[in-house]
Ligand binder design. Structure first.
Ligand SMILES: Nc1ncnc2c1ncn2[C@@H]1O[C@H](COP(=O)(O)OP(=O)(O)OP(=O)(O)O)[C@@H](O)[C@H]1O
Ligand SMILES: [Mg+2]
Length: 249
């Protein structure tokens, strides 16, 4: 391929694969993450499911390098997680964390490297993609819950990350807002961003998943292509979860 050929749909693989090996996290005398192995490689949408308290949010923080494991390791493309490459690894938290600024300024803030005009253009484009162009000047924290979720997602997508980890981005959203988030996720996937999504919404997981990782009590009990998880989960915990019978002790 010629040197300067445009490759808009291909990520450079700077941080992929993200691999967690033998991950352990203990807090207050409890194993929250218990010997987890996980690889996030190129392409597609992985869904992480599991009951409340299973360790899903903690696992995302370990994979993004926000938390250090007590044992085991995380590597990005064979190296230690490097927060200076953080724009390549986006994370949208379970509760959106927005700055006390306008919606547009929240996005501009994460595009620090680019020049002023370019930052503005990209921030406006990211807002428009999320259907929030009309709210550009509104204070971010005054937006509705669903709008804040979409803004948090738009902000995570603006640097065009290689990998995006989303922690229940549709909790408390109405069906239209959830649909808008799903469209953004699909669009990012189609543009080459690797997606990891934590959701309790089985219908949404069925619509989006390429593969499913099922976490229970800090352990991975299933990791399988989506169809086999939803049609025939192999673990009793996975079956009970899908049937709404999984109770936490
Ligand atoms: N810093 C901490 N200190 C003590 N316990 C913690 C800490 N962080 C997380 N935990 C515990 O670890 C467990 C896993 O938490 P986590 O937030 O990952 O659950 P989750 O699978 O995301 O659940 P949910 O579906 O409710 O979001 C919980 O029991 C939580 O109380
Ligand atoms: Mg969580």
């Amino acid at each position: 391929m010629p040197f300067d050929a445009p490759t808009p749909d291909r990520k450079d693989g700077q941080v992929l694969p993200i691999i967690g090996r033998g991950l352990v996290l203990e807090r207050a005398g409890r194993r929250i993450i218990d010997n987890v192995d996980l690889a996030i490689e190129s392409g597609g949408i992985s869904i992480i499911m599991g009951p409340n308290g299973a360790g899903k949010s903690v696992l995302l923080r370990l994979l993004t390098g926000l938390l250090n494991p007590d044992a085991g390791s995380v590597s990005w493309a064979g190296r230690r997680p490097d927060r200076t490459r953080a724009p390549s690894v986006g994370l949208v938290f379970q509760k959106p964390v927005l700055l006390r600024r306008s919606a547009l300024a929240n996005i501009r803030y994460v595009l620090r490297g680019a020049g002023r005009a370019e930052r503005r253009r990209r921030a406006e484009q990211a807002l428009a993609r999320a259907g929030l162009g009309h709210l550009a000047r509104s204070p971010a924290r005054m937006l509705s819950g669903g709008e804040q979720q979409r803004l948090a997602l738009a902000r995570a997508l603006a640097p065009d990350p290689d990998v995006l980890l989303l922690d229940e981005p549709c909790a408390n959203l109405d069906p239209a807002a959830a649909g808008a988030i799903e469209a953004l996720i699909r669009d990012a996937r189609d543009r080459g961003t690797r997606i990891v999504l934590v959701t309790h919404d089985v219908a949404q997981a069925r619509r989006l998943a390429d593969d499913v990782t099922f976490l229970h009590d800090g352990r991975i009990v299933e990791q399988t292509p989506a169809a086999s998880f939803f049609d025939k989960p192999s673990s009793s915990a996975g079956r009970a979860y899908l049937d709404g019978r999984l109770l936490i002790d």
